[in-house]
Design a protein. Structure first.
Length: 244
């Protein structure tokens, strides 16, 4: 009898999990084929010293979110919406790195998948267009207004994800809208070649976030620009996208 009850309980749990998963908004991922690229700026190009030197990085295949995580998805998983600018298709923001970690933990439990934040190197490679990179001046193109919501065209508020043109890999909003948390702790670059770097194990300075946003000048929408903050920091200009 006890065994039968355990079987029934297991079936009920599976049905509930399946129902919850079916209620989640679609999560579209883009396959990024591995490759080798030059990460970072030269010292004379860098806005901050920690954006240099340039160094060679090799990555294996991975997936990254086609869109920034929306408020619709966040609310379906977490049951709340912390964002300052409200709208189901807007990117979720006002979430700390630690908040994002809890979201991903719950999402993986619901879906049975292994979502995570992209590493800093994965983020930059994807922003550059991966193996399809055309070497644009900004993320996604040379005409920044076509690919990024920045302080000059956004009214300093977020917009629905995917509203502008994608980059070479078909990924939207890596430039502008909201900046995006990555997995990595802050660390200074080395000029040595690396394979699948994951950053230092810890840092007193904080976690790296990448990409421009709706309240920042357009020239910060270059793929090598780096930003850092405490993992508990929250802002209406910082969100995230998933990797796998």
């Amino acid at each position: 009898m006890r065994r039968l009850l355990l079987i029934i309980a297991g079936m009920m749990q599976s049905l509930i999990l399946s129902a919850l998963t079916n209620d989640l908004p679609d999560i579209e991922m883009v396959i990024v084929n591995g490759g080798t690229f030059t990460m970072g700026f030269d010292a004379n190009e860098a806005e901050h010293a920690y954006e240099a030197p340039k160094h060679e990085v090799t990555l294996h295949d991975y997936k990254i979110g086609k869109y920034e995580v929306t408020q619709d998805l966040w609310e379906a998983v977490m049951g709340d919406n912390p964002s300052i600018f409200k709208g189901p298709d807007l990117p979720v923001e006002n979430v700390s790195w630690n908040d994002v970690r809890q979201f991903i933990k719950k999402l993986n439990k619901l879906t049975g998948k292994h979502y995570r934040l992209p590493t800093e190197a994965e983020w930059e490679f994807a922003a550059r267009g991966g193996n399809k990179s055309k070497g644009y001046a900004y993320i996604g193109g040379d005409e920044i207004d076509t690919t990024a919501w920045h302080s000059g065209n956004s009214d300093k508020c977020t917009h629905a994800v995917g509203s502008l043109t994608s980059n070479e890999l078909g990924i939207f909003d890596m430039a502008g809208n909201v900046s995006e948390w990555t997995q990595d702790w802050f660390g200074h670059y080395s000029d040595k070649a690396q394979t699948n770097p994951k950053g230092p194990k810890s840092s007193d300075i904080g976690k790296i976030f990448r990409g421009g946003n709706c309240a920042i000048l357009f020239n910060y929408n270059k793929p090598a620009c780096r930003f850092v903050s405490n993992p508990n920091f929250k802002s209406s200009t910082i969100g995230f996208r998933l990797a796998e």
